[in-house]
Each structure stands twice: as structure tokens, then as C-alpha cells.
Design a protein around this ligand. Structure first.
Ligand SMILES: Nc1ncnc2c1ncn2[C@@H]1O[C@H](COP(=O)(O)OP(=O)(O)OP(=O)(O)O)[C@@H](O)[C@H]1O
Length: 308
């Protein structure tokens, strides 16, 4: 059996003058979870839609379970599950009717009642789609993507709008599917989701891959540059603090009142920082020494400015 779930080489996709994807490469082994991260407009959804066969590539090669998503769409459809961004269904259809309808198209579906129960939707199974909450609609959309017992699922921001309990339930379900051999390609803006769930994180910007690897590998790069993070009054003069430290240290206020000191951490640096804060008449709180988290890596790679 082909051990690759998705293989993309040199994918280019244009919409008129806009190049949504510009030379993207990606390999995803089977029975793994891959998270596509990227700022708004980076090309994540377009990439997923090309894999699903909903968009046709302008250049490059895409193989999904060894098949061409457009040419071999009839063979591929029954083997994949799709959860589009924002879900979607007929407004009047009831939750269980929706899942049963999708199940009726599959050769060996999961039991719809069981799936609704697992996703915490048993209590609203007779509720029309339009009366479900946003998070419930998302879970129903996920149920529809999974009920056909797919080998590979594409989930575009699957937990967007879900409360923390529902999000964890979905993470557990996806991890259980992986243990059963299912491959999961998802897009997300939640670093915690990528960090706790994905085997591979692929960071996309401007339609191409700018970094990829396991969450541990991505955050461990430059791990020798441990950081000191602390909280204090917002608006401290970070240049002044940097001047109090040995040459080469960088001090930033990553969010109001949240400070980061980069350049290596030793007892002297911690003492200098706390003493400097004391001189300013402020207390340095929640001092934390550690490696960068995925969000920090993401912001370093993609910049901090807001995208259109
Ligand atoms: N059907 C379309 N017609 C024209 N432009 C499109 C179309 N679909 C996407 N684009 C453009 O392609 C670029 C990539 O969009 P895409 O939706 O793939 O990004 P994304 O990474 O999924 O963003 P987000 O995180 O906001 O969902 C954007 O500039 C977008 O405006």
C-alpha cells in the first residue's frame, strides 16, 4: 500500500491576478495528523480545496492516496472526508437526517447515532441545522466528514468557534482516528491545536511553505537561545532595559505588559532584569525561562503585522 496520504509538488493556483498558491511542496505520511498554519490569505484553504478536487491546479502535481484529485475524483471521493471552512448544510435539515444522508452514500459508514453521541450532539439530533449553535454546527459538519469512515480527512479550521470542552473532545476524536490509521490534514489558527495534535506542522505564507517539522523540532531550533519572559507595567522602555544587559540582547514587549528578553539566560541576566524593573519602581512578575513556543516561532517567521 502507498504509505503517503498526500504528496504535493510545486503547486501553483491562481485566481485571475491573485496567485493564491505559488510553488507549494508537502508530503504527508498516512496515519498522521498534519496542521497547515499561516496568516489569513496564505493559501491554506486553496491548497486543501485542490487536494479535495474542488479546485484544479494551474501547475504542479497533487496526489491524494496516490490518486489525482480531479482525474480520479470518482475513485477518491468515497475514500476521503471533507469539512469545509464554516461547514454548511440546508438550514431546515435536522442534525441526524444530515448525518444519515451522508452515511447513505458510503459503503461502510459509521453508525450515525454513535457518532452524534461521541460528538456530544445526541441531545440536539432532532434540531434543525439553523437552530444549532455555531459550535454545534461545526461538530455536525465534522460528523458528516467522518461518517463515511474515510481513510483521509480534510478539515478546514475544524474547531473554530467551539468552546474549550468541545475542542478537546474533537482533539481526542482526531487522535483516536489517527490511532486507527486515519490520516488528518487540517488548517488552524490555533497554535495550541497544532502543538498538541499535529505530528507535522507546515507553516505557509504567500502561497509557499516557509517552515515545516514536528512541533518539537520547530520550537527546538535555536533552543540554546532560551528566553526570559515576564510581566510588568505596560510601556516600559525596552531599549533602556536592553542597554542594561550585555551587548546583543533583544528586549521586546510582545503584548502590552508582556516582555521577552532574548539572547541567552543566566542568573546574572535575571538579576539585572529584576533590578532594572525595581529601579523603575515596577515589579517583574511571572518570570519564566524557557524555549520559544509555536506562536513565537510563527510570529517570527511570518511577521507581526496584520494581514489584509
Ligand atoms: N475563489 C477565489 N477567487 C479569487 N481569489 C481567491 C479565491 N479563493 C481564494 N482567493 C485568494 O487567494 C488567496 C489565498 O486564499 P486562501 O483562502 O487560500 O487563504 P487561507 O490561508 O485559507 O486564509 P484564511 O486563514 O483567511 O482562511 C487570498 O488572497 C484570497 O483572497
Amino acid at each position: 500500500m502507498n504509505t503517503t496520504a498526500v504528496e504535493i509538488t510545486g503547486l501553483v493556483k491562481r485566481f485571475g491576478a491573485v496567485t493564491a498558491v505559488s510553488g507549494l511542496d508537502l508530503t504527508m505520511p498516512r496515519a498522521t495528523i498534519l496542521a497547515l498554519l499561516g496568516p489569513n490569505g496564505a493559501g491554506k484553504t486553496t491548497t486543501v480545496e485542490v487536494c479535495e478536487g474542488f479546485q484544479e491546479a494551474d501547475e504542479g502535481t497533487v496526489r491524494v492516496l496516490g490518486l489525482d484529485p480531479v482525474r480520479d475524483s470518482a475513485a477518491l471521493r468515497p475514500r476521503i472526508g471533507v469539512m469545509p471552512q464554516g461547514g454548511g448544510a440546508y438550514p431546515g435539515v435536522r442534525a441526524d437526517e444530515m448525518v444519515r444522508l451522508v452515511a447513505s452514500c458510503a459503503a461502510h459508514p459509521l453508525d450515525p447515532a454513535w457518532l452524534l453521541d461521541v460528538l456530544g450532539l445526541a441531545g440536539v439530533r432532532r434540531t434543525p441545522f439553523k437552530r444549532l449553535s455555531g459550535g454545534q454546527q461545526q461538530r455536525l459538519s465534522l460528523a458528516c466528514a467522518l461518517v463515511g469512515r474515510p481513510e483521509l480527512v480534510f478539515l478546514d479550521e475544524p474547531t473554530a468557534g467551539m468552546d474549550p470542552q468541545a475542542r478537546r473532545l474533537v482533539w481526542d476524536l482526531l487522535a483516536a482516528l489517527r490511532a486507527d490509521g486515519v490520516s488528518v490534514l487540517l488548517t488552524t489558527h490555533l497554535m495550541e491545536e497544532a502543538e498538541s495534535l499535529a505530528d507535522t506542522v507546515v507553516i505557509v505564507d504567500g502561497g509557499r511553505v516557509i517552515a515545516s517539522g514536528s512541533p518539537t523540532a520547530l520550537t527546538a531550533e535555536h533552543a540554546e537561545d532560551a528566553q526570559l519572559r515576564f510581566r510588568a507595567t505596560a510601556g516600559l522602555d525596552t531599549d533602556l532595559l536592553a542597554a542594561a544587559l550585555p551587548e546583543g540582547y533583544l528586549v521586546t514587549e510582545s503584548a502590552p505588559g508582556s516582555y521577552r528578553v532574548c539572547g541567552g539566560v543566566d542568573p546574572q541576566v535575571i538579576s539585572t532584569v529584576t533590578a532594572w524593573c525595581a529601579q523603575q519602581g515596577v515589579l517583574a512578575e511571572e518570570l519564566h525561562v524557557g524555549r520559544r513556543d509555536l506562536e513565537e516561532v510563527f510570529l517570527e517567521l511570518t511577521g507581526r503585522e496584520l494581514r489584509a
